[in-house]
Design a protein around this ligand. Structure first.
Ligand code: HEC
Length: 257
């Protein structure tokens, strides 16, 4: 007991004599110790380089129409009620599908993870409903989902997207490293918007809905319909490739989820 106390005292004296008593030395040593943490944080940030990060080839950049829809999603604040991150938990996987892999966000600038879930997670909503469902749901959520507390967005059905605005967004993304090929002009963007928009317009027409390729709702549908689909396809293929044995094959054939 006493020995322990003695040595404690000796340590205290040593500590005071070598460090605390000498303000300059103490400040120097503290600075060195703290900067180790700073170096560990900062060096990888500068050496990795913002444009040379490893990309997952199975994630494709957003098309101009999807970029336009994403900008609307931000403008309308949809992320205030909807998250885009499926966590690796049983309840979430059963409800929403495969949990989100980090690479799936590689072209998301900014991230739209969301922190509240007044509505369901949307990270894999792509392909869950037909285009016409989204059209009706945006016009009046209670038409498709009785009792829904989601607000209606009827102006999306009337307002138009501006191809030159969309071109600016796409150019900004290209500058940040998203691999869009070639020069992006209002004309190339408009051709792409028109092409993809008309496919959606045709599907809506089959459901008896009249729309035009540059309606905001068409861009919103394009964005919602592509959420999570790259990941879903890739993870399904990978699961198929790794289950080469008979059991796996039988499961893949019989599972059909
Ligand atoms: C006040 C919160 C709130 C806001 C804001 C909101 N939503 Fe919703 N959303 C909900 C709720 C609640 C549901 C579930 C009931 C329903 O289907 O309407 C939902 C459902 C959805 C669904 C169907 C999801 C599924 O898996 O069934 C989509 C798609 C959707 N919202 C898109 C949007 C978009 C796009 C916006 C922005 C234009 C938006 N929401 C804004 C609350 C919200």
């Amino acid at each position: 007991m006493t020995e322990h106390k003695e040595s404690g005292k000796a340590y205290g004296r040593l500590h005071r004599r070598m460090l605390e008593g000498k303000a300059a030395v103490f400040a120097l040593v503290t600075t060195v110790v703290i900067s180790i943490g700073a170096i560990v944080e900062l060096v990888p940030m500068f050496t990795a380089g913002s444009l040379s990060w490893e990309r997952a080839s199975w994630v494709t950049p957003y098309s101009p129409l999807e970029v336009a829809g994403r900008d609307l999603y931000i403008r309308e604040g949809c992320y205030l009620c909807h998250s885009q991150m499926i966590r690796p938990m049983r309840s979430e996987i059963l409800r929403y599908g495969e949990w989100t892999r980090a690479a799936e966000y590689q072209y998301d600038r900014p991230f739209l993870l969301g922190s509240r879930r007044l509505g369901p997670d949307l990270q894999r909503v792509g392909g869950k409903y037909p285009d016409a469902w989204h059209y009706e749901h945006m016009r009046d959520p209670r038409a498709t989902s009785p009792g829904s507390v989601m607000p209606p967005y009827p102006w999306l059905l009337e307002r138009k997207i501006d191809p030159s605005d969309v071109a600016k967004s796409v150019r900004a993304l290209q500058k940040l490293g998203t691999p869009y090929a070639g020069e992006i002009t209002a004309e190339t963007v408009e051709a792409s918007l028109r092409g993809q928009g008309q496919e959606i317009v045709a599907r809506l027409a089959q459901a008896g809905i009249e729309a035009e390729w540059d309606d905001e709702i068409v861009a919103m549908i394009a964005y919602l319909q592509r959420l999570g689909v790259d990941g879903k396809r890739h993870l399904a293929e990978r699961a198929g490739a790794t289950s080469g044995d008979e059991d796996g094959a039988a499961q893949a054939a019989g599972g059909g989820s």
